[in-house]
Write a protein that binds this ligand. Structure first.
Ligand SMILES: [Zn+2]
Length: 232
């Protein structure tokens, strides 16, 4: 169990990684993580700042009703994606919601995600799609609908909107968002050329998933280092 300070640093790192990967969408992406030893409250990026602008001081604390209980910065209107998924998924502690541009474009095709390359193969079990509305998730009812669509998956594509990824920690959820966006990018490239003629087999996809998914923590550490090197 990380300390609160460690958790805050992980959220700061996650925001910088997602911005670096092109998932910031100006000020409209967000990340969250349950507080250590407190399943009823979570830390969340505040509204009105970019993903790369998260600090230990501007993170806000929110309860499972979606109400801000600590912090001075404003709350995202889409807070209910986080509160309602965390309410029904005790197995996860962290969530990412971004308007990842390739995933948004891919979602408009109405096509299932395919094993074009490694990343696509990681999602061979299928990615649920939320299509009830393309509007923002502005209340508990819509948050519950998103949670229902996600069910027990760790990933969700929101048609004409974005993605949600979940993890046992923010590192896992963040790298899953990176993988999912890259999978969509690869398939978009193939679709633009008439669609895939060859795809990763199911057996290969299962094997690759077993090799790559456990490395998510190391991928996160690398992306933190890459980000720091970019600042130097
Ligand atoms: Zn959104």
């Amino acid at each position: 169990m990380p300390s609160v300070d460690t958790l805050k640093q992980s959220l700061i790192d996650a925001g910088r990684i997602l911005a670096d990967e092109g998932q910031g969408d100006l000020i409209f992406g967000h990340v969250s993580a349950r507080l250590p030893n407190d399943a009823e409250h979570f830390l969340m990026k505040p509204h009105q700042v970019g993903m790369e602008e998260i600090t230990a001081d501007n993170l806000i604390t929110v309860n499972l009703e979606g109400e801000k209980v600590a912090g001075d910065a404003p709350r995202h209107i889409e807070v209910f994606i986080h509160s309602e998924i965390l309410r029904v998924r005790p197995d996860i502690t962290a969530l990412v919601h971004t308007h990842a541009p390739n995933a948004v474009a891919f979602s408009a095709l109405g096509r299932p995600l395919q094993g074009v390359g490694h990343e696509g193969a990681l999602f061979h079990a299928g990615v649920p799609v939320f299509s009830e509305t393309a509007d923002l998730i502005i209340d508990q009812a819509r948050g519950k609908a998103v949670a229902r669509a996600m069910a027990d998956s760790d990933v969700l594509i929101m048609r004409n909107h974005g993605i949600v990824t979940a993890g046992r920690n923010i590192e896992e959820a963040t790298v899953l968002a990176v993988f999912l966006e890259r999978a969509c990018q690869a398939q978009l490239a193939v679709e633009a050329c008439g669609g895939a003629k060859h795809l990763c087999s199911h057996d290969d996809a299962v094997a690759k998933t077993g090799r790559i998914m456990p490395q998510r923590g190391k991928v996160f550490e690398y992306l933190v280092r890459r980000n720091a090197a970019g600042d130097a």
